[in-house]
Design a protein around this ligand. Structure first.
Ligand code: FEO
Ligand code: CA
Ligand code: CA
Length: 629
């Protein structure tokens, strides 16, 4: 990777931005030390550079740091243990035939845990409790790596019809009840009434402003309301009313076929659709062939809300949150009980979004809360180099969002979200992935993974490097803790990459194992510490994994490595139980970049007759206790 000295123009511009931001905050009457929620008051020191070093103090993250490395195994900090909870092919229901990769069928896959687990949500059972020993695990299955799934290591395009149907059935989500036993081990509860597979074929409904739009009419949806399935499910969130939000991300890759005759050509090109098939789905099912079924791509790219407590519920595509490549969505209840959802569009130069509900959260009326995400206002983010940022409303008829520019209704705004945000002047970002609210401080954290195509002339405050291979963590602070405010302040918390190289910025006391690359997902423990999961550290020669840091005080940005994935894998979906004593982690695409026939690891089974299997693991402290202590 290209290395830059600390005197590079990019680094200087970061410093200049930071300094000017300090003055701007004074001008706004804001100080980054004063915007806190609840009982916890914290101080946000700025990103620390060697010029303003503060020393490390004993904090809440006292675990022994794990060393960098890259091998076939999952590794965790000394004093911790991991249990493989569920892997691709494991039964989710009683009487499911044992997994056999040589005998895989669609019918079997529909009863088994799917492939490439990503987001994990844990919702305590019973509903509304804070139980940490029993709950529903809800997991996204983002995509398949067919060359790792099937004997003969076929390419995505080489799958026959039967293999294609297995592949399709391995997408979507799994819902499974889990319980911790007296010996501390977690188990799947196979006879639970809640267990469910949700797939690209599951009947769903479009709701909100785009529902019923004639643009959504297909031979599978004659009313633009009924729809089928979800896929490309990357990250997500759990709502305060116990539902799951799942983001449909790279959905363009499932389609193919010449769409030049379609009215949606501009939309499709803006979304990355191409005529060439990139998977076998459209080769065997006309639903994913844009020549046969040209409007189908508009049915994906949404946030889907799923009620895991009702296994017969129809998942809802919440069009009020807009259509783009949603990494996920995370909900926060504002002080006035408005519900605020943050979401990133994970592609180079795409945008950050916020939705604010019209209705208010009612703690004692779950039924009413189930409709909160259908009505409200969606905003895109514009960042200024003075450390402020604006939320720009995406409202039909306002500003440029008029018929003159091709918008004839609010439905059009939701369907053409990227174009609407272009016209409003949103700030193109370095791949916004997880956007999540720290439950202790109320500040918002944005994982920006990387952007190798950013040019020097495109460098700006929150995206401070050209050819950005390693990403950054951005911190947003709502004024007075008001998440409905039109203007927030922002600060770069971490500029990732090797320690001391490429303009990276951390606490000066990070060890040689403390640097990270390509932040993707994140989680907060119940003390408000930030746990960062990565997707791409292998480009710098080290395994992906998890790093943890305090967000304020003398240990801010003092990242410490906690976990390492097996070779080829990325780490997704970290999620804590309410007591922060169990940390669920997705190990996605272990052995990635190799093949079924010649895998570079056979984690987690290490059996000659099994390929590596994407799996959810649970991390606990030996002898019990809070993760991180
Ligand atoms: Fe599926 Fe944005 O990673
Ligand atoms: Ca991701
Ligand atoms: Ca990713």
């Amino acid at each position: 990777m290209p290395q830059k000295s600390s005197s590079s123009p990019d680094f200087q511009s970061v410093l200049a931005v930071r300094l000017s931001r300090r003055n701007a905050l004074k001008g706004l009457g804001l100080s980054s030390a004063t915007m806190m929620l609840g009982a916890c008051s914290i101080k946000t020191s700025s990103v620390v550079t060697s010029a303003s070093a503060v020393s490390k103090a004993q904090g809440s993250l006292t675990f022994t740091e794990l060393e960098h490395g890259l091998d076939a195994y999952l590794s965790v900090s000394p004093g911790y243990q991991t249990q493989v909870l569920v892997s691709w092919g494991d039964a989710l229901f009683p009487n499911t035939p044992a997994f056999d990769p040589d005998q895989q069928t669609e019918q079997r896959q529909l009863k088994q845990f799917g492939y490439n687990n990503d987001f994990i949500g844990f919702v305590s059972l019973p509903l509304g409790s804070q139980a940490s020993d029993r709950g529903l695990l809800v997991v996204n299955h983002e995509y398949c790596s067919s060359e790792m799934m099937f004997p003969g290591s076929p390419s995505e395009l080489a799958l026959d019809k039967q293999q294609t149907d297995v592949n399709i059935a391995a997408h979507g989500l799994s819902v499974v009840e889990i319980a911790r036993q007296a010996d501390g081990q977690w188990q799947l509860v196979l006879n639970s009434p809640y267990n469910r597979r949700i797939t690209p074929h599951t009947p769903m409904q479009m709701t909100g402003p785009a529902a019923g739009s004639s643009r959504l009419f297909t031979r599978y949806s004659t009313d633009g309301v009924q729809t089928l399935g979800t896929y490309g499910n990357c990250a997500g969130g759990v709502t305060p009313w116990g539902t799951i939000l799942t983001g449909e991300e790279n959905v363009d890759t499932f389609f193919g076929g010449d769409f030049s005759a379609s009215n949606e050509g501009d939309n499709y090109r803006r979304f990355g659709m191409v005529s060439d098939f990139r998977t076998s789905w459209g080769l065997h099912h006309e639903r994913w062939d844009m020549r046969q079924n040209p409007a189908e791509p508009l049915h994906v790219g949404w946030v889907v809300e799923i009620d895991p407590f009702d296994p017969h519920s129809v998942p809802k595509k919440r069009t009020a949150l807009g259509r783009f490549k949603h990494e996920g969505a995370n909900v926060f209840v504002n002080a006035d009980n408005s519900v605020v959802a943050y979401s990133g569009d994970d592609q180079q130069f795409e945008y950050l979004y916020r939705f604010i509900s019209k209705g208010r959260y009612q703690p004692d009326n779950r039924q009413a809360n189930l409709h909160l995400l259908d009505e409200g206002t969606l905003y895109c983010a514009r960042f200024n180099d003075d450390g402020s940022m604006q939320w720009l409303p995406l409202v039909f008829g306002h500003g440029p969002l008029t018929a003159e520019n091709g918008f004839h209704s609010q439905a059009d705004v939701q369907l053409d979200c990227r174009k609407a945000a272009d016209l409003l002047g949103a700030t193109p970002m370095d791949r916004p992935e997880d956007v999540d609210v720290n439950p202790v401080t109320g500040q918002v954290y944005v994982m920006l993974t990387n952007n190798s195509n950013r040019q020097t002339a495109q460098v700006d405050g929150p995206n401070p490097r050209a050819k950005n291979l390693t990403g950054q963590v951005l911190e947003l602070t709502p004024p007075g803790g008001d998440h409905c405010a039109g203007t927030f302040s922002w600060e770069l918390m971490i500029v990732a990459g090797k320690k001391g190289q490429s303009g990276s910025q951390y606490h000066p006391d990070i060890t040689d194992n403390g640097w990270l690359a390509c932040p993707d997902n994140c989680a907060f423990d119940n003390l408000g510490n930030l746990w960062i999961a990565t997707d791409g550290a292998e480009v710098l020669g080290v395994a992906d994994g998890i790093w943890a840091t305090e967000v304020s005080g003398p240990n801010r940005a003092l990242t410490k490595r906690f976990l390492r994935t097996p070779e080829g894998a990325e780490l997704c979906g970290p999620f804590f139980t309410p007591d922060s004593q169990n940390l669920f982690c997705s190990i996605q695409h272990p052995g990635g970049g190799s093949s079924f026939d010649n895998p570079k690891t056979r984690w987690p089974d290490f059996r000659d007759d099994l390929p590596p299997r994407p799996s959810v693991v649970v991390v606990t402290k030996q002898g019990g206790g809070r993760i991180g202590s």
